[in-house]
Write a protein that binds this ligand. Structure first.
Ligand SMILES: Cc1cc2nc3c(=O)[nH]c(=O)nc-3n(C[C@H](O)[C@H](O)[C@H](O)COP(=O)(O)OP(=O)(O)OC[C@H]3O[C@@H](n4cnc5c(N)ncnc54)[C@H](O)[C@@H]3O)c2cc1C
Length: 371
């Protein structure tokens, strides 16, 4: 590779890498993204796209606050991406209906109401109305979260990629990062399939591959968690909101397809789609909404979530000067993309400081091994 060394090199062009590159380029930073495939080829292209920090949260913590903040950034982010690229990313603030069957205990969301967040207890008629009467009669209660939202992550990743390019970032596809250049304890760039690329700073945003199997100068505990999704097709969008039971979620798309998700499997880097998972997802969806049994099977796919031991992302600086992380977003990387881009760009450009201790790699300090 030739040309001047970029100020910042982003390793990995998933939604996290592309969103960060666009943010940095918008602030005038010379930034290059390297992806061994192309943006959206991995988890960001496989995700369901739910922006749902409220429905699974059990208590307020730093992660909950981060999710709420990021969801709140979405409308402006989407509007900006749409202005810059002309793309519709499928963003809808459609709400999320968390259903429970007879015998299942209701969660307690009073603490969210106390924070001023909207949570509506539903039963009987109001419940049926949200889904056009399609829910199983065995569903006897639900919570509706009106402010939860959804986006099409494939379109969003493409829009973030385009935005990064329009703002002057370089996005180099089919370039694999093989190692990190450490000189006198400082990260000065990366080794790639096309040679050494020097840089002022390097951000590891390589998703489930971010641990780099020993090629990083420290141990980053991130491992893949496979998620499989089934897409069914109906003649028209059957309902508007996201709908879930404890074992499946349903994501309606405007074209009439409904995504059924998703498995959580620790099977290493194997991205296979299995008969068992497809059967279980369809079975769980039909139990929740029996009429889905008549839908046409459209497709199924899988992706690898980047998971840390505590399921929180790793954001920010590392003990190695010049090396930063925007990784480990596990089940929430689509939700957390705009806030991640802002946080890491702030760090790299001297923006406002914030407490990142909950997300720092230093929390794994006993396991950190500096090479
Ligand atoms: C089935 C499923 C459903 C999901 N649903 C949701 C959801 O509803 N809401 C939500 O918020 N999140 C969801 N997620 C999680 C979300 O998809 C991830 O957290 C997010 O996509 C992570 O983004 P990323 O950019 O870090 O990783 P990725 O999108 O995986 O991108 C990493 C990139 O790094 C590149 N790369 C890897 N190694 C190298 C290397 N050596 N050199 C160069 N490039 C490299 C890859 O090619 C890839 O493009 C879901 C995930 C799955 C699998």
């Amino acid at each position: 590779m030739s040309g001047r060394a970029p100020d910042v090199l982003v390793v990995g062009g998933g939604l996290i890498g592309c969103a960060l590159a666009a943010e940095l380029a918008g602030r005038g930073v010379d930034v290059t993204v390297l992806d061994r495939d192309e943006p959206g080829a991995e988890a960001s292209g496989a995700a369901a796209g739910m922006l749902t920090p409220q429905s699974e949260a059990q208590a307020r913590d730093a992660f909950f606050d981060l999710g709420i903040e990021s969801r709140g950034m979405y409308p402006r982010w989407i509007a900006r991406l749409s202005d810059e690229t002309g793309m519709d990313t499928g963003y809808r603030s459609c709400g999320f209906l968390q259903c429970r069957f007879a015998g299942e205990t209701a969660g307690d969301f009073e603490w969210q109401r106390a924070l001023g967040l909207r949570v509506v207890a539903e039963s009987g008629e109001t419940l049926g109305a949200r889904t056009g009467g399609r829910l199983s009669p065995h569903v006897n209660g639900a919570f509706f979260f009106p402010d939860e939202a959804v986006v099409d992550p494939r379109l969003l990743t493409r829009a973030a990629w385009l935005s990064a390019l329009r703002r002057g970032a370089r996005v180099r596809t089919q370039v694999a990062v093989l190692g990190f250049v450490i000189e006198k304890g400082i990260c000065r760039g990366v080794e790639t399939s096309e040679g050494r690329v020097p840089a002022g700073a390097v951000v590891d945003a390589a998703g489930a591959w971010a641990a780099f199997e020993g090629a990083l100068p420290l141990r980053l505990p991130i491992e893949p968690v496979r998620g499989q999704i089934v897409a069914l097709r109906l003649p028209a969008p059957p309902f508007d909101a996201l709908v879930a039971a404890s074992d499946v979620y349903l994501v309606p798309r405007p074209d009439g397809s409904v995504l059924l998700g998703a498995t959580m499997e620790r099977v290493g880097f194997r991205k296979a789609v299995t008969a068992d998972a497809v059967a279980r997802l369809i079975g769980a969806a039909a139990r929740l909404m029996p009429s889905l049994g008549d839908a046409v099977f459209a497709s199924a796919w899988s992706g690898l979530r980047p998971a840390t031991p505590d399921a929180l992302p790793v954001l920010g600086a590392s003990p190695v000067p010049g090396l930063y992380f925007a990784a480990g977003h596990h089940r929430n990387g689509i939700l957390l993309a705009p806030v991640t881009a802002t946080i890491v760009a702030d760090l790299l450009t001297g923006g406002p400081k914030r407490d990142l201790s909950a997300f720092s790699i230093e929390r794994f300090a006993p396991a950190l091994h500096l090479a």
